[in-house]
Ligand binder design. Structure first.
Ligand code: IPE
Ligand code: IPE
Ligand code: MG
Length: 220
C-alpha cells in the first residue's frame, strides 16, 4: 500500500562531503539533487504528502560559515525551483519559526507559498528552523491565549484541541518516517505528529538517497 504521508529526516550531507575530501557545503549542495529525486519519486508513486526536515532549531549552533552557506542555499533553491514545483501542480508549505530568518528569506518563503497555494497534485512541506518541542510549546501558547481571552475553558484543553493548533493539523497522519545516513534518532522532528508512524533508517547518506533507495525504504 502506498503511504499517504511520508516524512524524511535528510541526514548525512557532511559525511558525504568528507568522503570526497570536500567542505560540508558541497554535501548540502548535492543534497538538493536528492530532494528533487524524492519529489519525483513521490509524484511517480502517488504519495500525496511529503514532509522534509531541512533545518532544525538546533542547527543554528553549527559553525556560522555553514549556517550562512545553508541560508544562501535555501534562498537560491527557492528562487530556482519554485516555478518547477508550480508547473508540477505541487503546493509548497514551510513549517518552523521563521522569525529568525532574514527578511528577504522570509519574503521568498511567503511568495513561494502564495504562488503554489491552490495546487493539488502533491503537498510538499519543508521544515525549516523547526523543532518538535517548539511546535508543541507554540500550540500550548495559542491555547493559553484563548483561555486568557475567555473564549476557551482550561478543561477544554485536550489532545484534540492541541492537535488542532499544531503544525500539519490539516494533513493526513504520517505513515512513514525515513531517516537517512544510518543514524537512529528523531532529533526533535515532529514529536507529536509521529506518534504512530513507522520508521525506516536507511543506510544511504542523503545525497545518495535516490529513487531506488526510496523504493527500498517503502518496501521495508
Ligand atoms: C543533514 O546533513 C543536513 C542538515 C542538517 C542541514 P548533516 O549536515 O547533518 O550531515 P552529517 O550528519 O554531518 O553527515
Ligand atoms: C537533523 O539532523 C536535522 C535535519 C536533518 C535538518 P542533524 O544531523 O542536525 O541531527 P543530530 O544533531 O545529528 O541529531
Ligand atoms: Mg547530521
Amino acid at each position: 500500500m502506498t503511504p499517504k504521508h511520508v516524512a524524511i529526516i535528510m541526514d548525512g550531507n557532511g559525511r558525504w562531503a568528507r568522503k570526497f575530501n570536500k567542505e560540508r557545503f558541497f554535501g548540502h549542495n548535492s543534497g538538493i539533487n536528492a530532494v528533487r529525486e524524492s519529489i519525483d519519486t513521490s509524484l511517480e508513486l502517488g504519495i500525496k504528502q511529503l514532509t522534509l526536515y531541512a533545518f532544525s532549531s538546533e542547527n543554528w549552533s553549527r559553525p556560522s560559515a555553514e549556517v550562512s552557506a545553508l541560508m544562501e542555499l535555501f534562498m537560491l533553491v527557492l528562487k530556482r525551483e519554485v516555478k518547477k514545483l508550480h508547473e508540477n501542480d505541487i503546493r509548497l508549505s514551510i513549517i518552523g519559526d521563521r522569525q529568525r530568518f532574514s527578511s528577504s528569506l522570509q519574503k521568498s518563503m511567503s511568495r513561494a507559498e502564495a504562488l503554489t497555494r491552490d495546487n493539488s497534485g502533491m503537498h510538499l512541506v519543508v521544515a525549516a528552523n523547526y523543532g518538535g518541542r517548539w511546535d508543541i510549546a507554540s500550540a500550548a501558547q495559542r491555547l493559553a491565549r484563548k483561555v486568557a481571552e475567555g473564549v476557551m475553558s482550561p478543561d477544554a484543553i485536550d489532545e484534540t484541541a492541541l492537535d488542532r493548533e499544531i503544525c500539519l493539523s490539516q494533513e493526513p497522519p504520517i505513515d512513514l518516517c525515513i531517516r537517512t545516513s544510518g543514524e537512529q534518532r528523531i532529533s526533535n522532528f515532529l514529536l507529536w505528529q509521529l506518534a504512530y508512524a513507522e520508521f525506516v533508517f536507511a543506510p544511504e547518506l542523503w545525497p545518495d538517497f535516490d529513487g531506488t533507495a526510496f523504493d527500498a525504504a517503502l518496501e521495508d
